[in-house]
Design a binder for this molecule. Structure first.
Ligand SMILES: Cc1ncc(COP(=O)(O)O)c(C=O)c1O
Length: 289
C-alpha cells in the first residue's frame, strides 16, 4: 500500500491530493524516467547507484538532471521521515513536463514534473524464500533502449501479465535464442557453481541489484561472470535467480512448469540471500550517499 505523503514539484502533500496536468508528457507519451529503491530501517539502499542510473536515463532521453544527488537525498530523507521511517520503497519519477498542446518533438524550456512517493516494504512471505517462485518464458517484445528506465512500460506490463495468467511470478524474456532479463527483474543463473548473468548493454536495464549480487559473489569467492546466456543454458541451469530492488534475490524453482535443479531454492541461492541480508545490516550505520 502507498504511504500517505508524496513529493510533487517542490512540495510535500497527501498522495490522495496530488494532481498533474493531463497534458503532462508522461501521460501523453510515456515521456518520463523513473527509479525504484528500497529503504531499510529508514535508510535508502544504494541511493548513489539509483541516482546515477536516473541521471543516465535522463541523459538517454536528452533531459538535464533537474536535481542534484544531494537534493534528491534530502527529498528521499524527508519523504521517508514524513511517512514514518522503517522499511519502505521509494518511487522517483521525472517527466519532461506539460505544454499547452501535444507535439512529438518537445519544445525547449518545459518545466519537468518531479514526483516521488513511498510504499511500505513488507518482509517477503516466508513461502517465497522457502519454496522459490515459478517463471514462464516469452519473447522479448520491448523497444531497443531497455537501458533507459522509462515509464513507457507497455510491453513490460503485457509481459508480466503472461506470468500472472499462468499463475507464475515472473516472465523471463528471450531474444534471438538468448536470455535478456525478466519483465521487471534481472536474471542470474548458476551453472556448475558459476553465477552467470547477461552483460549490461542497451538490451537490458542495468540492474542495481544485479551489481550487488556480483559484488557479494566476489566477496564470497563465488565465481561470477557477465556473459551471454543462451536459452539452452537457462533451461539447463542448476539454479535461476531473480534480482530486483524490492525483494533482493529470489529463487526461481520452476521454469515453464519444469523444475529448476532440484525444484527448491539451491545452496548458492541460500548463501547469496544470507549475504544480501548481512550487507543490508552492514550498511545500516553508514550515510546513504
Ligand atoms: C526491466 C527491469 N529489469 C531489471 C530490473 C531490476 O533493477 P533493480 O535491481 O535496479 O531494481 C527492473 C526493476 O524494476 C526492471 O524493471
Amino acid at each position: 500500500m502507498p504511504l500517505p505523503v508524496c513529493y510533487l514539484n517542490g512540495g510535500y502533500l497527501a498522495l490522495a491530493d496530488a494532481r498533474v496536468s493531463p497534458l503532462d508528457r508522461a501521460f501523453l507519451f510515456g515521456d518520463a524516467v523513473y527509479e525504484v529503491l528500497p529503504v531499510y530501517a529508514g535508510r535508502p539502499f544504494r541511493l548513489r547507484e539509483h541516482l546515477d542510473r536516473l541521471a543516465r536515463s535522463l541523459d538517454g532521453i536528452r533531459m538535464a538532471p533537474p536535481l542534484t544527488h544531494p537534493a534528491w537525498a534530502a527529498i528521499c530523507a524527508e519523504l521517508i521521515r514524513r511517512n514514518g521511517g522503517g522499511d519502505q520503497y521509494l518511487y522517483l519519477q521525472i517527466s519532461r513536463g506539460a505544454e499547452f498542446g501535444r507535439n512529438h518533438a518537445w519544445p525547449d524550456g518545459l518545466a519537468p514534473t518531479i514526483f516521488a512517493y513511498a510504499t511500505a516494504l513488507d518482509a517477503p512471505p516466508e513461502r517465497l524464500l522457502a519454496e522459490g517462485v515459478a517463471a514462464v518464458t516469452a519473447a522479448d517484445t520491448r523497444w531497443a533502449r531497455r537501458d533507459i528506465k522509462s515509464t513507457a512500460l507497455l510491453a513490460n506490463v503485457l509481459l508480466k501479465r503472461i506470468a500472472v495468467d499462468a499463475g507464475a511470478y515472473e516472465t523471463i524474456l528471450l531474444e534471438n535464442g538468448f536470455l535478456t532479463e525478466g519483465s521487471s527483474t534481472t536474471v542470474h543463473i548458476v551453472e556448475r557453481g558459476r553465477i552467470l548473468t547477461p552483460p549490461n548493454g542497451t538490451h537490458i536495464l542495468p540492474g542495481t541489484t544485479r551489481d550487488v549480487v556480483l559484488e557479494l559473489a566476489a566477496g564470497l569467492g563465488m565465481p561470477a561472470e557477465s556473459t551471454p546466456v543462451s536459452e539452452a543454458r537457462l533451461r539447463g541451469a542448476d539454479e535461476i535467480w531473480l534480482a530486483f530492488s524490492t525483494r533482493g534475490v529470489l529463487a526461481v524453482t520452476q521454469l515453464d512448469h519444469a523444475a529448476v535443479g532440484a525444484g527448491v531454492p539451491g545452496p548458492h541461492f541460500r548463501r547469496m540471500h544470507a549475504a544480501f541480508e548481512a550487507y543490508i545490516r552492514e550498511l545500516a550505520p553508514t550515510p546513504p550517499l
